[in-house]
Design a protein around this ligand. Structure first.
Ligand code: ADP
Ligand code: MG
Length: 324
């Protein structure tokens, strides 16, 4: 590799934006100052080329998304995202790839105000591991285990666009498919964008953490991620599958049953899924509306441990993305 240190200096060393970085990239370890009376929230995610994103995904998008999905974990925990490390494994030294990946990564870092404070660079199949760190006041941390019977289940915005985006990619853009990005409709482009450039709901999380009991981000579909909350909390849920709202783009491309299937079993939306005690719902909804944040109530927590039913009491079963 044409000088590992040169590569790091060129692509992964930029001035710190935020607070708490006493020493960043370049030494044996970074030094951070965590605010008094806060907990350090830490999470790590690995993206493998060909598994977590198609091999021909633009490196700008790969960089942007790799960081954003980690920032989303901080939002889901009720934490303020602050710092991250990057462990990068590359098959070869490719300045074009590195420069594009680094620009996407930096764009996301600036969007969410997080600092790259170190990492590791090795040769091998294209893989990136990002570890993110954030700060949270103990009373604000949103654990999966905290849902209570009677809580209203909410999601931020709408679900299903990213899974639709993956279908658009496979049908129109993947190797062997004929269409070019320019030939896609606005709605198709929107869904593709939601797949490749997800948003982490950090600003929404600042409201949600004041009111919510349990929270998770939706990476594997509503059923799968809700079931994590149910299992951890020892409760069940009903979902109002007849009234869930979808984006205008999704509605224009698919029938309602197809939209529902994307929302329930698709992945990669990175919206927040959370529960709020019924007595706090009015205040919560007012606070969200004041900030013009979009949300919807999609169900209720009940005592049917581990079970999800729809409004007609039919059992809904998980078939989200399974890694193994
Ligand atoms: P060491 O020999 O101590 O493991 P490295 O040679 O791996 O150090 O890295 C040198 C410095 O560059 C360290 O501060 C490390 O955190 C940083 N670094 C290495 N790779 C990356 C990367 N991909 N992104 C950001 N910082 C990196
Ligand atoms: Mg190292």
């Amino acid at each position: 590799m044409a000088g590992e240190f040169d590569l790091i200096a060129r692509y992964f060393d930029w001035p710190a934006l935020g607070e708490g970085v006493d020493l960043g990239v370049g030494d044996d370890a970074a030094l951070l100052s965590v605010q008094a009376k806060h907990q350090l929230a830490i999470s790590v995610d690995t993206l493998v080329s060909g598994v977590h994103f198609p091999v021909d995904t633009s490196p700008v998008d790969v960089g942007y998304k790799a960081l954003t999905v980690n920032v989303s974990d901080m939002a889901a925990m009720g934490a303020e995202p602050q710092w991250f490390t990057l462990a990068l494994t590359l098959p070869e030294y490719s300045p074009d790839w590195l420069s594009a990946f680094s620009s996407g990564l930096r764009l996301a870092a600036e969007t969410y105000g997080v600092d790259l404070i170190g990492g590791d660079t090795t040769r091998g199949s294209l893989t990136m591991t990002i570890q993110i760190m954030g700060e949270v006041k103990p009373s604000n941390a949103l654990q999966r285990s905290a849902a209570k019977i009677g809580d209203v289940i909410y999601i931020s915005n709408t679900l299903g666009d990213a899974a639709a985006g993956l279908q658009v990619y496979h049908q129109h853009l993947a190797k062997g498919a004929s269409a070019h990005q320019n030939e896609l409709t606005q709605a198709q482009k929107h869904c593709l964008m939601r797949l490749n450039r997800p948003a982490a709901r950090v600003a929404e999380s600042r409201i949600i953490r004041q009111f919510a009991n349990a929270c998770i981000d939706v990476s594997d579909g509503l059923l799968q991620d809700l079931s994590h909350i149910l299992k951890a909390s020892g409760v069940g849920a009903t979902l109002s599958t007849d009234t869930i709202q979808y984006s205008a783009a999704l509605n224009s491309l698919y029938t309602r049953p197809e939209c529902l299937s994307f929302a329930l079993s698709g992945g990669d939306d990175y919206e927040l899924l959370f529960t709020v005690a019924s007595e706090h719902c009015d205040d919560f909804e007012r606070a969200m509306s004041d900030q013009a944040f979009s949300y919807q109530a999609v169900g209720l927590i009940n005592e049917d441990t581990g079970i999800i039913t729809n409004h007609q009491k039919e059992l809904l079963t998980t078939k989200g993305f399974q890694h193994f």
